[in-house]
Design a protein around this ligand. Structure first.
Ligand code: ZN
Ligand code: ZN
Length: 249
């Protein structure tokens, strides 16, 4: 079962979770997906993989990461066939384009959306790597809600540093469907406590970081505040702001 395979990384993430175990899992999954997409396995040369990248494309954030990763030829090849499909669709959209009606002089109603706009919006909204990440994160949430039936794992979660706000949202969303009834109370009580305690802890680190700039504190210990800025950013929106680009080899 998929759940069984995933218990190992989820367990590990909660052992050394830092500010958010799901950020840790997400980073692993993203790097794995990058290696799969552009790495030495050259999946982009397989027609069935290319068919998917041609259909889904890549988002701005992932293009940047793909550029930083390296493998210019791999990047070029992936985009080459994407362009073919894009231009064909654009030709169809422009050939069948119906110009929107003129906006009435006093009308507050916005001009109706054209098919061209809908199509263009959709083309820029999908991403092969985002799809892979969403698929993996969903599996991790399924695994998490399976694992919390185990008291030992519950203990691990209870003593973790909580979650970033981004994954807190995802976790609450996943809970609506996947949370076992028997763990309902434990889950909401624990997660709420973890979020309160740990957001306050990071806020404290940030306060001390700022206080350290006061000349009276110049000689004082940094305590846990040296990386308070990147950890605060992570707590607020997820990810690892201090990470350098992930590169091939
Ligand atoms: Zn996170
Ligand atoms: Zn993406």
């Amino acid at each position: 079962m998929k759940e069984q395979i995933d218990t190992i990384p989820v367990n590990e993430a909660f052992e050394d979770s830092g500010e958010c175990p799901f950020c840790h899992l997400e980073r692993q999954a993203e790097q794995r997906a990058m290696r799969y997409t552009l790495g030495p396995g050259a999946s982009y040369m397989e027609p069935d993989v290319r068919a998917v990248t041609d259909r889904r494309g890549f988002c701005r954030q992932h293009f940047k990461k793909m550029y930083d990763y390296g493998n210019s030829l791999g990047n070029a090849l992936v985009m080459q066939t994407y362009f073919v499909g894009l231009l064909k669709e654009l030709e169809y959209q422009t050939d069948t384009f119906v110009m929107p009606e003129k906006k009435g002089f006093l009308s507050k109603k916005p001009v109706e959306e054209t098919d061209l706009l809908k199509w263009a919006r959709e083309k820029t909204a999908t991403c092969f790597l985002c799809d892979k990440l969403a698929y993996n994160m969903n599996r991790y949430y399924v695994t998490f809600f399976h694992m919390i039936k185990d008291p030992q794992f519950r203990e691990k979660v209870a003593s973790s540093k909580g979650f970033c706000m981004h994954h807190f949202v995802q976790l609450l969303e996943a809970a609506r469907e996947k949370l076992p009834n028997a763990q309902r109370e434990w889950f909401y009580e624990t997660v709420c406590r973890l979020m309160k305690e740990n957001l306050a802890r990071v806020q404290g680190d940030l306060d001390w970081f700022i206080d350290k700039f006061d000349y009276r504190n110049a000689g004082a210990d940094w305590k846990n505040s040296k990386d308070a800025v990147s950890r605060s950013m992570q707590k607020l929106q997820g990810g690892f702001p201090a990470d350098g680009p992930y590169k091939q080899n």
